[in-house]
Design a protein around this ligand. Sequence first.
Ligand SMILES: Nc1ncnc2c1ncn2[C@@H]1O[C@H](COP(=O)(O)OP(=O)(O)OP(=O)(O)O)[C@@H](O)[C@H]1O
Length: 662
Amino acid sequence: MEYRDLEASLPAAQDKFAIRCRDVCRSYGKLKVLTNLNLTVPQGQIYGLLGPSGCGKTTLLKCIVGTLKISRGHITVLGKPPAFPGHEVPGKMVGYMPQELALYNEFTISDTLTFFGQIHGLTSKETRARMDFLIDFLHLPQKHSLVRNLSGGQRRRVSLGAALLQNPELLILDEPTVGVDPVLRAKIWQHLVEIVKTGKVSVIITTHYIEEARQANVVGLMRNGHLLAEGPPDALMKQHSATALSKVTQSVNSVKHHIGELVTDYFVCFWCSVDWKARARHILPKGRNIGALIIKTMVRMKRMPGSLCFQFLLPVIQISLICLCVGGDPKGIKVAVVNNDTASPISSFSLSLLSFLDNSSVIQVPVPHNEAFEGVYNGEYWGVIGFGENFTSYLTKRILQRQVSKEVIDGGSVHVWLDLTNRQIGLMLQKQLHQAFQHKVKQSPLWSFPQFEEPIYGSLNMDFTTYVTPGAVLSISFYLAVGLTALSFVLERKEGLLDRCWVAGVSSMETMLAHLFSQLFVISVQIILMLLFILLVFKMPNEGSLFLVICLIVLQGVTGISFGLVISAGIDDEQSANQAALGIFYPNLILSGIIWPVECIPYPLRYLSLVLPQTYASEALRCIMYRGWGITEMMVWRGFAFTLGWNTFFLILATVILKLRT
Ligand SMILES: Nc1ncnc2c1ncn2[C@@H]1O[C@H](COP(=O)(O)OP(=O)(O)OP(=O)(O)O)[C@@H](O)[C@H]1O
């Protein structure tokens, strides 16, 4: 066969074509994957794309469906560039089967086809009819079988079924017959040959099987990111075997150049002719798609009841652990008491003083002097409380006389030696002794400590737990939302589900909104349970509006979702996403004044602390709950304003990263 024959067998420029790629270039970083690639898929034909592994076939298909942007060149799919406003590519006109399985494992076969049917706007009757046909045609098991229980080959067939579902005008199939037995493979090809016969359906299919490609109407040979040759399989195979491949390439390139001249400026005119209504429809999120995605999330949750319960209960467990274990006074601390006071038990000040010590916190162990210190050195006791022989009489002298000797002062004092390696226990013992002394002194008409009146805000016995809880609640809502969002998006993208939904016509905005709405349901249940526990079980005070409290916690959850989107937009694998979420967890927790007051943070760091998402929000929540303040107070609205500001920033950042990375 001469080159001329090959030239004649290629579609003429004026013929209708389903896909046309001209001078397409695409790189991943510095790696050039597609270089000046030209390819034409004629209307109503099967185009077999052949090439060694790694030559760029999948990348090309992704560029054709629009999930990857090209760096140079033009692509036209069914008359318009992919993702052109008002064009149904991505959308109903195209059926895409990616190389990955891209199926929801918790779905049944029926759920899977119903989901894609909903997105394509099929009625339930149409979906049922197509489902019955595809289950029979693709030899699929029962429609109620779960995808995760299917074999590899069965899953690939479900994936192919999802691509064929809406009878698209263009089928883009990335190695659909891998793992499919020869009989079914022949049947699939027969089906493809039949559907293109109408002239309305076109197919582009990648395969490694040369004998399969023979059934295509046109075959493209790809190597190192460009097309070596393109033509009817027999002509191309003969040519390929008869002459050097380079000559074929030259010939085909000259034909393509000829065609190329006839289609100049074809692409540019599109943008001028788009009316604003089509643009608006293209941009505005569709309720149908959002609804399908929300139902998808609900079905998945229903199929994973253990995981759902865990999601609901995890915040309650976390906040309960904080309320139970953080900030309370240590209990059962053993202290050695060396009481040498010789006064009678009735008049003894030392015994009276010791009786005021809280016995649940401090266990007094009366021991002689040597044993007491020995016990502290051995770690048996946390301290020694010592009273001298003349403690009661010297103390009485100190109370009654204006001037006393140093010996009286010393002998009338309680001596305490503490093991301060654990600061909290040390501080608690100091506090207990001061309180006991205060109680004792209150009985004396001569002595007076400052009298602390009922506090203006808070209560006299407000503990550290009360301080920590509001910030902890915000932090838990924020980080659970970050984790769930980042993980679910990263996994869905890795498994090709995001791309598949996108090609089916679901926009990124719809995906985000659907995630937000379904996550809001989870967040709401989490918040209700957390509030029930902190207010009713742990009796945290709430002087302010419960509505404001809920709003602020929900907004922090939404900020967590937005931050999760940033992580999933920038990171491709779940391990790195987890590391990113965990990596910022502790610095943020410590710098936001949740565990320890911001006022303790040294200055350069304090500026950083003040701009973090939870610093002002925690302060606002404390002000609402403990001071009963409303939204008009600066410290409250500032918390809301910062939360909303971060939310907007994260959403914009996620969108920008996504745009830059496609
Ligand atoms: N996300 C990515 N980031 C960086 N490089 C990538 C990415 N995806 C693909 N590549 C690289 O681009 C090249 C082309 O990959 P592609 O998947 O398009 O090949 P292919 O022809 O479809 O291979 P196969 O037949 O094995 O599926 C390969 O070298 C691959 O390593």
